[in-house]
Write a protein that binds this ligand. Structure first.
Ligand code: ATR
Length: 271
């Protein structure tokens, strides 16, 4: 469920997961009116719906609708997944686990002990900060154009960061200082066509530069990263991995996500 949702690859991904794991699953996309999220969920439950993914702009409403909420969705205050069971609505967020799995497992880049920069403190940034902290990096700097949003997000994650011994701080994007092993773009800057909102001096040589978007929206950031000696990566793997985690929540089976990511990349290249 989302708005817009026409471009979504999720039906294909989940159909492939079901095929590869022998699960019977029906997964469609639904375009929901901007003021119609809660009635749409109630109607879906009435029809016998068992669960769904939630995308922009309903992730906050989805978290608020829950009768039960996971720890990671509580920290994010946003949800990309609902599960319905005997009147209860369980809400979870698999975006961050998807990002971390793609970076560590698929890209082979270990986050522990590294210095991370997360740019963006909107819904996308909020969804991944908790799982990033759980990967035990040495530090995470959250930089945002509007500093107050980064400060609030950091404050909400301060206890978890303390437990994990990860130094967590907020910075203003315009006056950002420091050099990082991993730079993660969770801003909507590529959609606004304003270019990459940080200086290349933030990249350590060989840094991983990750854009949570994929397709044409990620290209500007990827090209910028490549031109400045960083290793670029788009968010297609995150998309597949968050779906795999969702499939695990719904079905108790972890699908072969790496195989499906390879197939998806191949399909994109061959058009
Ligand atoms: P999403 O759910 O995609 O995160 P959002 O909640 O609207 O969407 O957040 C968008 C993020 O992109 C915010 O961090 C926003 O910065 P502000 O909080 O200052 O608005 C950031 N963003 C959008 N356009 C940007 C730009 N041109 N330069 C830098 N940051 C930008």
């Amino acid at each position: 469920m989302g708005n817009p949702v026409a471009h979504s690859q999720s039906p294909w991904i989940h159909a492939r997961f079901a095929e590869l794991t022998g699960q019977s699953l029906h997964y469609d996309k639904r375009h929901i009116a901007l003021d119609g999220f809660t009635p749409a969920v109630r109607a879906f439950i009435q029809e016998g719906g068992r669960g769904c993914n939630i995308t922009v702009p309903f992730k906050f409403e989805a978290a608020a609708l829950a009768t039960h909420i996971s720890a990671r969705a509580t920290l994010a205050q946003a949800s990309n997944l609902l599960q319905f069971n005997a009147g209860a609505i369980f809400s979870d967020n698999t975006d961050g686990a998807g990002l971390v799995n793609d970076i560590q497992r698929n890209a082979g880049f270990d986050l522990s002990g590294r210095h991370l920069l997360l740019i963006g403190a909107g819904g996308a940034g909020a969804g991944v900060l908790g799982p990033l902290i759980l990967a035990s990096p040495a530090s995470i700097t959250v930089a945002n154009r509007t500093l107050s949003k980064a400060t609030v997000l950091v404050a909400r994650h301060a206890a978890l960061a303390l437990l994990q011994k990860t130094e967590l701080s907020a910075q203003n994007l315009q006056t950002l200082a420091g050099r990082f092993d991993v730079v993660i773009n969770a801003t909507a800057s590529s959609l606004s066509g304003t270019g990459v909102p940080i200086s290349a001096s933030t990249l350590k040589p060989g840094a991983l530069a990750y854009d949570m978007m994929y397709g044409p929206a990620a290209q500007g950031f990827m090209t910028w990263a490549r031109e400045h000696g960083a290793t670029p990566r788009d968010g297609l793997g995150m998309l597949v991995e968050q779906a795999a985690e969702a499939f695990l929540v719904w079905r108790g089976v972890l699908p072969p996500s790496q195989q499906v990511l390879t197939e998806l990349r191949l399909a994109q290249h061959t058009g």
